[in-house]
Ligand binder design. Structure first.
Ligand SMILES: Cc1cc2nc3c(=O)[nH]c(=O)nc-3n(C[C@H](O)[C@H](O)[C@H](O)COP(=O)(O)O)c2cc1C
Length: 398
């Protein structure tokens, strides 16, 4: 995504105050951002704010030709890899629907061949108005346009309802999706994520420190690459990535059944969850009370081994496993790779700082069935998700 060109169009809605956060996030991801504003937008946020954040001249007036060798609106239209209009007013959406190009923003939108994302933001009645709905219908039918949903909530006008602009981080997720090549179109991918919870009584359970970050990052990247993604997740507080079929589960048995339901149709199974190997042998319907003195023993019985079970039925699927180990990482990972019939296994040492449970980064080795051992540098889990999926794509082709 580094060095991709994002052209942000800002129109005159109150949500314009959130648009600088979109620039900030995109810049942090290493992208180049230019901003074009309508005259009305400048009443809400100054061009100087965007200029400072993007480190680029902000374009408002179509007849103010800053770079006198280029026709500015055409240069911007050609420069953009993607254009995103956030917030998009009812007025601007109506203009775009009918090809009206009476300011810099609408003229660039008409001149560009890049995908255009629209993040509508307005009062509920303005959104429901026939004129707005008709404009939206026209835009939705155009291949070049993607209309993002609006959120519901308390609007600036104090009404409560739909029409609220999506949060900047959600808009950035859509931008990333639009910029990602659809190299996994037609691939059905199932990914498991997070911990499982094995209930002992109505208040207690056995679980582990997995947060699901790795699996959710894989689901997000695979969906961005155009795969049909089923995310089977144990309890997690993470936001569900856009465009995935989300299947929440609790116990290892639930996870097993959920994988079983998808397995026939799936081309790729990525087992990044940390399902509990054991569960309390019995479930106490009433809370287990504290006893006087002495130890208390809890008996555990084994859970189904999801990876092994489906590894044995692999066929021509690509199956990827994970090994989070505290010692003898390479030996355990290689044994697991073989026993569970994975294409490759992503192994990490959980005792290492900034690697493993809950962290945003990981430092892994990838051991493959063909005997290779590849060490990847410490990297962000989203970059690691991309590295894993590159290898999945390679294995799908071979
Ligand atoms: C305080 C205030 C808030 C506004 N908020 C919105 C809004 O959220 N969405 C919208 O479609 N129009 C909103 N408008 C109306 C637009 O500013 C108006 O339609 C303007 O012509 C839009 O111009 P533009 O599409 O060229 O930016 C608001 C107007 C004012 C005065």
């Amino acid at each position: 995504m580094k060095n991709k060109h994002v052209l942000l169009g800002v129109t005159g809605g109150i949500a314009a105050y959130k648009a600088p956060a979109i620039v900030s996030r995109l810049k942090k991801l290493g992208m180049e951002v230019k901003v074009v504003m309508t005259e009305a937008a400048t009443k809400f946020v100054t061009p100087l704010t965007f200029q400072t954040m993007s480190n680029e001249v902000v374009h408002v007036d179509m007849f103010d030709q800053l770079n006198n060798m280029d026709v500015e609106h055409i240069a911007l239209a050609k420069w953009a890899d993607v254009m995103v209009i956030a917030p998009a007013t009812a007025n601007t959406m109506a203009k775009l629907a009918y090809g009206i190009a009476d300011n810099m923003l609408t003229t660039v939108a008409l001149a560009t061949t890049a995908p255009i994302l629209i993040a509508p933001a307005m009062n509920t009645q303005m959104l429901r108005a026939d004129a707005t709905q008709e404009a939206l219908k026209v835009l939705k039918n155009r291949k070049q346009y993607e209309i993002l949903p609006t959120a519901e909530g308390l609007l600036a006008c104090q009404d409560v309802g739909e029409g609220k602009m999506l949060e900047p981080e959600d808009i950035v997720d859509y931008i990333l999706m639009a910029l990602t090549e659809k190299t996994m179109a037609g691939v059905d991918l199932t990914v498991t994520a997070g911990p499982t919870k094995e209930r002992m009584d109505p208040v207690r359970f056995l679980s582990n420190h997995s947060t699901g970050k790795m699996g959710y990052a894989i689901a997000q990247e695979a969906a961005a690459r155009g795969a049909k993604v089923h995310l089977i997740s144990g309890p997690s507080h993470l936001n569900v990535p856009k465009g995935v079929d989300f299947i929440p589960v609790e116990s290892t048995e639930d996870m097993f059944k959920a994988v079983e339901a998808k397995f026939d149709d799936t081309d790729v199974l990525i087992k990044s969850a940390a399902p509990s190997d054991y569960k309390p042998k019995t479930y106490a319907a009433e809370k287990i009370k504290k006893r006087e003195g002495g130890l208390m023993a809890v008996e555990f019985s084994p859970n189904p081994d999801i990876a092994k079970h489906f590894g044995a039925m692999k066929g021509d699927r690509v199956i990827v496993g994970f090994a989070a180990e505290s010692h003898n990482m390479a030996d355990y990972a290689k044994k697991k790779l073989k026993e569970k019939n994975f294409n490759f296994i992503v192994a990490n040492n959980i005792t290492e700082a900034k690697a493993g449970f809950g962290s945003d980064t990981n430092h892994v080795h990838i051991f493959s069935a063909d005997g290779t051992d590849e060490e990847l540098p410490m990297m962000d889990k989203s970059d690691l998700a991309a590295a894993i999926l590159d290898r999945v794509e390679r294995d799908l082709k071979s």
